[in-house]
Design a protein around this ligand. Structure first.
Ligand SMILES: C=C(O[C@@H]1C=C(C(=O)O)C=C[C@H]1O)C(=O)O
Length: 376
């Protein structure tokens, strides 16, 4: 029997041949890339790759090897595509209308819309980003805010996208796909909920609490101590506070900010009732222009993946290969297509960087409906 050393010697000989052949294959792929740049052809040819996988599998005998050679070829062809995307990007073949780099958002003259009403957390986020005295107005729903931007009634909308305790604001994710609006900024603000009631109201007399569904979720622990209270969800925390004022019913209270309580003349019956201290919400700034600020360092995109095993894995390989750091991934069901999903990915980078361009080129070809939601 051969010694381990001898066997390793044999492997080295075979590997030298594989490495040489790999280089040879990639050189041919480079020529294919040149042809595609010239001819304006897409890099990814799904049919050709499928045939190739069947063909190589038919040339080995055991099932184990069939699976192995297919995995190997998937990787080889994936590297081949990545090389070709680089060639296309170098040749400036980016496709689609580009985003335009700008120096500033011109926030001084901007008209800004937020969802909710006076006292809403969205208003606090807006003031943090655009300043205390910005020219603003409010609308009832997230959709109304998106429409205002699309129509040009407002220059920017401020919308919540994610809370550190309750997670994603699903509706806003879906609206980002539906509307041709883009993210140009973000702001994170602390969310400290209080329980607010009519002046002089006692905890012991309460029967109902009103708030936004997310706020009720973020204060579950406190509310569970009062399980006899009926929880009613309304569009936002400021609406809840206003309702308490309007109804003049001492058995009702709202989960809202201390700011909203003050705006509507309520008394804080219990301060800071969050389950988690450090609860905060990330708001995005949205506009209808395809622009990004100079020096922007985060990109949000979304795409659909074909319903095949390994498809998400292969799409994410574009981030790894181009050294891009993914900071978030989220999925949402696709309307009308049960059990199929759209993925939302945030990653660090600027649209001007070559690695970002390469990755986007690959994702555009290999996923369905890639949309760049913004660079900010
Ligand atoms: C090399 C090509 O480009 C891509 C890579 C392939 C490969 O490496 O074999 C096959 C099909 C294409 O998706 C080609 O079109 O032939």
């Amino acid at each position: 029997m051969a010694t381990l050393e001898e066997l390793r010697g044999q492997l080295d000989v075979v590997d030298d041949q594989i490495v040489k052949l790999y280089e040879e294959r990639m050189k041919i792929c480079e020529q294919v890339g040149e042809y595609k740049v010239e001819a304006g052809r897409k890099v990814f040819d799904r049919v050709r790759e499928k045939e190739k996988l069947q063909n190589v599998a038919s040339k080995v005998s055991s099932d184990f090897d069939k699976k192995g050679i297919q995995e190997l070829y998937q990787q080889l062809m994936s590297m081949s595509r990545k090389l070709q995307y680089q060639q296309l990007v170098k040749a400036g073949a980016l496709g689609r209308l580009p985003f335009i780099e700008i120096d500033s958002l011109g926030v001084e003259k901007a008209r800004v819309v937020f969802q909710g009403m006076e006292g809403a957390y969205g208003q606090a986020a807006m003031k943090t980003y655009f300043g205390e005295d910005c020219n603003s107005y409010s609308v009832r729903t997230f959709r109304d805010a998106m429409e205002a931007i699309e129509e040009g009634a407002a220059d920017y909308a401020v919308l919540p996208i994610e809370n550190s305790t309750a997670g994603a604001v699903n509706e806003v994710y879906d609206l980002l796909v539906e509307f041709e609006n883009y993210i140009v900024g973000e702001v994170i603000i602390p969310i400290t909920h209080t329980l607010a009631g009519l002046p002089g109201a006692q905890l012991s007399e309460l029967k109902r609490v009103y708030s936004k569904a997310e706020a009720l979720m973020q204060t579950t622990r406190f509310l569970e101590e009062h399980s006899d209270w009926q929880q009613i969800s309304v569009a936002n925390t400021a609406i809840a506070a206003k309702k308490i004022l309007d109804d003049q019913d001492r058995t009702q209270a709202a989960v809202c900010s201390a700011y909203a309580a003050k705006v509507y003349g309520l008394e804080v019956l219990e301060d800071n009732i969050n389950d988690e201290s450090g609860n905060c919400t990330r708001f995005i700034i949205v506009t209808n222009q395809k622009v990004f600020l100079k020096g922007a360092k985060k990109i949000s995109i979304c795409f659909e993946v074909p319903h095949e095993s390994g498809s998400l894995y292969h799409l994410l390989s574009h981030f790894i290969y181009n050294d891009l750091n993914m900071s978030k991934i989220e999925s949402r069901p696709i309307e009308g297509r049960s059990w199929e999903y759209r993925f939302f990915v945030d990653f660090e980078g600027n649209l001007e960087e070559p690695g970002v361009k390469n990755a986007l080129r690959g994702l555009r070809e290999e996923s369905r409906s890639l949309k760049i939601l913004g660079n900010y």
